[in-house]
Write a protein that binds this ligand. Sequence first.
Ligand code: ADP
Ligand code: MG
Length: 410
Amino acid sequence: MFERDTEIYLDRDALREDYQPERLVGRDTELERYKTALQPVINGEQPNNIFLYGKTGVGKTAGTRFLLDHLVDDAAQYDDLDLTVKILNCDGLSTSYQIAIHLVNKFRPEAEQISTTGYPRSTVYEMLWDELDRYGGTILIVLDEVDHIDDDSILYQLPRARANGKLEEAKIGIIGISNDFSFRDDLSPKVKSSLCEEELQFPAYDAQELFEILQQRANVAFREDVVDTSVIRLCAAYGAKDAGDARQSLDLLMKAGDLAREAETDSITEDLVREARDVLERGRIREGISGLTQHGHLVLYALVTLDQQEETPVRSRDIRPRYMSFAEQVGIKPLVPRRMRDHLGELSMLGIVTAIERNEGRRGGTYREYAVDMDIDLILTALEETVEEVGIHESVLSLVEQDRTLSEYT
Ligand code: ADP
Ligand code: MG
């Protein structure tokens, strides 16, 4: 029943996010600065704490792994330097307590792991100091995606552990990586000053940089003559236009490869790239919309109907009556205006809605107007349940009917 297909890919995994490329392209300046910030480690001095930020997919994790691999290799030639590097991804961990437990376990052998509940926080911290001192030497702790944590106790405790007499042997350095720059602004001043000794920023990639990244991976991933330069250029151009995110561009190339495989052709065409982009975009919207709360759905539905009546861009207070009547129809209490605006903010963060900043004329204030920034059909499909519950608004009647007829035939 199953048979290997080998027409398209040599090594599909090379397009996956966890593949570590041998060389990083287009990040020379940033990596040079990063390297400088890490120099004290090789000198055997107290490491700097480093805060690295940039949007998703700009090479923060890959760049960190790349430099730290080299650092560990190069440290081996100095007999008086005993370097340990531990990388913890904080995705899924929301408190300092959980981080501390996971760190303890990173330093402990399999048989001595502790469970993730049941210990008082102070006990866990004591365990952590014990482990760190047991290792001794220089220890770099990378907290990747650190913006997932809600309290910054660990970010205060770790950098100060030595000064506070908790550690005698170990010299530790923290590298905090965040997708979200506002995370830094929200830190308490004392944490900020210790964690952000060295601040590094990775900017988004432009089309040329994405092209080089994709080219490098395509050489490993695909058979000869499967992708030509124009196809890679197109993926890079889309990537630069969307977010300058290498992960997203690699996903696009992989999706196009998968479509080519499905279609049993032997090369990836530009049309397949466009189709792949469409498929991925639909997936992203569906996921984004399904993650919203019911109020988010109602706000979006209200905005969609206003869009169909050509009343957008529209202010939040003018979306409100429609939203309120929808809320009434499904029998829930509408949110206060501020909370309703939060939902518009979230929709614009997801790229489903645009928010346009306007000036209030002579009085000087500013306000926002909102418009839909996505294919309406896509949104309506994702909002199917909401539309069902609220009822089909007359402004979208023809669209919804059309969708239904279509889906009956396909
Ligand atoms: P971030 O951590 O900033 O979200 P990643 O480091 O995970 O982003 O990068 C996303 C993907 O893009 C990974 O597969 C990574 O290998 C690749 N990548 C990012 N930057 C580069 C680069 N400069 N050269 C080669 N590959 C890169
Ligand atoms: Mg990352």
